[in-house]
Design a protein around this ligand. Sequence first.
Ligand SMILES: Cc1cc2nc3c(=O)[nH]c(=O)nc-3n(C[C@H](O)[C@H](O)[C@H](O)COP(=O)(O)OP(=O)(O)OC[C@H]3O[C@@H](n4cnc5c(N)ncnc54)[C@H](O)[C@@H]3O)c2cc1C
Length: 454
Amino acid sequence: MGGGCCGTLVAVHLLRQHHPAHIDMIDERIPGRGLAYSTAWDDHLLNVPAVRMSVFGSEPMHFLEWLRTHGRPDASPDCFAPRKVFGSYLQDVLNDAVRAAAGTCRFRHHYSRAARLTYDGRVARIALVDGERIQADKVVLATGNPAPFSLEPAVPGCFHSPWEPGALTGFDPDADMLLVGAGLTAVDAFLALQAQGHRGVVHCVSRRGKLPHVHTLYRTLPDSFDAAGTGGARGLLRAIRLRARAAEREGYDWRAVVDSLRPVTNDIWCGLERCEQRRILRHLKTWWDIHRHRMAPEIGARVGAAVASGRLVVHAGRLMGVEPDGSRLRVGITLRSQAPLSLSVERMINCTGSDENYRRSANPLLRSLLESGRIRVGAIGRGLETDRHGALMESDGTASGWLFTLGPPRVGGLFETTAVPEIRKQAEALASYLFSIVREPEDVPVDYFLAAGI
Ligand SMILES: Cc1cc2nc3c(=O)[nH]c(=O)nc-3n(C[C@H](O)[C@H](O)[C@H](O)COP(=O)(O)OP(=O)(O)OC[C@H]3O[C@@H](n4cnc5c(N)ncnc54)[C@H](O)[C@@H]3O)c2cc1C
């Protein structure tokens, strides 16, 4: 359920096992074109260099080689390709996998949405919004990042996210805009406004008023970060700072230290007490995010120039209220200095990114799964709880034998789980696991084959 990056990669890895199977993918969008890779704008670049974006961990040059044979012969390992190009890559990889497995697997894409999912102890039944019904032995929930936290009150000119239809088009090019948030989503929105000919001032407001850092070329550290004995949030922060200073003395960039945490981030996270995890989310995550989720150099240069020229103004503060003011919006902000700020803007666009609290999810499918106890929210209130394979935990704490997930929902137990390097690993492992537990064909009820038209 869901054919974005995660759904596509699970399908690819299932198909590549050449194990007889019937795979149904449900998504109203083209495979691979979820939130991140469906963007229409060329300026929306990947924030990870091409050499780290292969969908196959065992073939690190796969994406780079694909780029070189698909219109970018000069692509370098350090280049940052447009996200929409990565969407085409995902689609291509899936098409190849479907073709190569044609003798053993049947793959079907249903251009629709899953509305309801039930399980009778043997078979899962999925009702699609167009009335079609599908049965399956195993189901992978791959519906992506949850929608952002809703900013109240909703008045005309306020958009819940930059991806809401009309949020980034049809504006007065000289009018000022307000983006709530200053992370990569706000940067995306700023770039899209610029691409549409916006000439006014774009204001961003976030609690800390910090834009993401920029990628540079640097030497990687020989070893992963050693977090032994660092204790909780405070000790970890101290250790990272010390390591960054020492690394700089040795001629490394601080970015190399941040990257050296990547292979061990989830182990460190899982070893922390819940109260320490909460402390990190409350006090350190914003800082972590701006160091870890960096802008491509060319985007950093454009954003830097816009800040220098006053076209992009970043405020550290808190949104206090918004009300209609003629054809505009009057927005009240309390700055970190406690000084009030009043802005007159044409639009206010929520760029705070996905809301990881699934209890607030407005997605009817997730709501019904939560209400029926088929899934439960992660221990500290974010994401969904799963076992180590991605089997979703039911409300009574048992791991589902038929419903699985990967990627963004797994923030219920992991810290790093949304980027391609993590997703590809989870997708491959989940595909192998599903075949290891799937029932033998003679056990599959006859109505499965009838429903599938076999
Ligand atoms: C703006 C942005 C930029 C990013 N850039 C990078 C990057 O440069 N590098 C990197 O490594 N990572 C990046 N990421 C992170 C990462 O790649 C994504 O989060 C990843 O795409 C998650 O994949 P997904 O399949 O879970 O979600 P998505 O790709 O969003 O797919 C979810 C799919 O589920 C479908 N769906 C939802 N509900 C239903 C339903 N009821 N029935 C059927 N289908 C449904 C949707 O239509 C959608 O296609 C970025 C993320 C975002 C949001």
